[in-house]
Design a protein around this ligand. Sequence first.
Ligand SMILES: [Zn+2]
Length: 474
Amino acid sequence: MKKEFLLMIAITTALAAFAQDANAIFTCKIGDAEVSLLSEGQQRGNPSTLIGATPEMLATYAPDGDFPTAVNAFLIRLPERTILVDAGFGTRLFDNLQQLNVRPEEIDVLLLTHLHGDHIRGMIRNGAVAFPRAEVYLSKAEHDYWTSDEETNRLPAPNREAFITAQNTIRAYKKALHLFTPNDDGNDDNALLPGIYPIAAYGHTPGHTIYLLKSGNDRLLLWGDLTHATALQMPCPEIAVTYDVNPEEAIQTRQRTLAYVAEQHIPVAGMHIAYPGVGRIFRNGAGYFFEPSIDNDAFTRAVDRQLQRYPESRLTDIYKHFFQDYFGPGHAIKDPESAGRYLQQELALCGECTGDPIEPTGWQGRYCRVDLCVVKENRITQEALLNAFIESANNALTPPPEAWSHTWNEMIRRLDAMPLDVPDYETDKAALQAILHDGHYAVHHSETYEQHYNPHYRIIRKTILDRLTENGNR
Ligand SMILES: [Zn+2]
């Protein structure tokens, strides 16, 4: 076993406890509505499914050789009705509904974005309709495509499965089926149901329809399959996928919708956006930046973890923890030589390992702090750590300042409501607001923190540590 891989034992223990609960249900409030992500599963997507992704795009936005994806349905609970948007495969759907205390008979409305199997298979359970009381809404264009004999017969018989599944499902719900023509865009005010505005988003399939939910002053766009590889298709919306029926049209629809939600500050929910499946979109150069919504429980746990381990933390240190989770080591050091020199200098200053030297950052744990003591104690070579750090820095995201500013304001709202015993909280809060206001976001640890904890670590992307672990196990 190579020396650098001895690190794996520490990594495995630190991260196993942190792994995202795959069964987690994410719920957010949109006006009077409670919207819940019902995840059918979290996966890693294969770049071979992408059309138009250059090697540079893949190296930048899929540095691990794949990208996070998921299959989701969404539940909307309004005071007057309960709505399911798509039905997934039906793998975890019914367990998820049960966890939310919703029986299938309580679903009043089923809104369909399109008729691919990963959106409708959950409509049939044990050979019968799974939602006996639901009124089903589907765009006429989508219905006509999948029920057309001409389209079905275009394919050789063994490849007609998707058409047969769609036709059988639609037939089973025939009595409850409502066909409609969606609005051209989100400015159109024709509601399908109170608070539900369907928008044509054709391309992925010929009748693909997305749903704008309006409740009180809040809005949410449930945008179906507008992205399958969010990490790539936000910065590069011109990337399509092999399962787009009309990739060109799908690209135009994505561009148009991204511009609309970024301009109007409308959060989105996606059927293939990884947990939590909901977030906001900001313009970022020629493309867009996706900012995931905050998981409240994971956020609270991360704050508690920080304060238990570092009770002398100031607000600045809490901020730094979350900032690092979103953006890793940033692009501060790109030149390997000076990065190597800094590492060498800092090694002379750091002490022995106390406690776990590997610590996940923030609430997502996308990055880890790796204490330099692991090099001192020969658990990892200096070279391996340096390489992992440089790779992390090179692939770190560059957020538009307003996206991070928005996230931090959301975090502050939650921190304000927590019973925190952090000195100079208000002073630090104002100082951080001033930094963000000036369009900057990187901060140093507080002096108190430096004095108490003598922090010397490198921020490494979690997937790079995972890779080291896998190699070590071989
Ligand atoms: Zn899909």
